[in-house]
Write a new protein. Sequence first.
Length: 117
Amino acid sequence: MVTNASSPVFTALADPTRRAILELLRQEPRRAGELAARFPVSRPAIAKHVRVLKRAGLIHETRAGTARIYGLDPQRLAVVDHWLAPYRLFWAARLTALKDFVESTPPTHARKPEHGP
């Protein structure tokens, strides 16, 4: 499995608009016009983003008459998951160390000073 951070998947995910498109498609497949209507940029701009996502294998296109419907292909996100695995281990070890430290530290019962006579 390719985990090169310069792969088409990482290039596609680098743009916030493309990530937003993927989020919409994660919820359900959507028509091209519906995708374009969700963003404050032109239809041709969204079409370019969709092409990048398609080339990266992150989405697929089906046709229903003249309508183009896009859906998420989550299998390609496995590249990202594989790349993130060492970082998960890194943070899991740090959180375990923090948990151990907190549990081994005796509790302190700080009391607020009383004000008044």
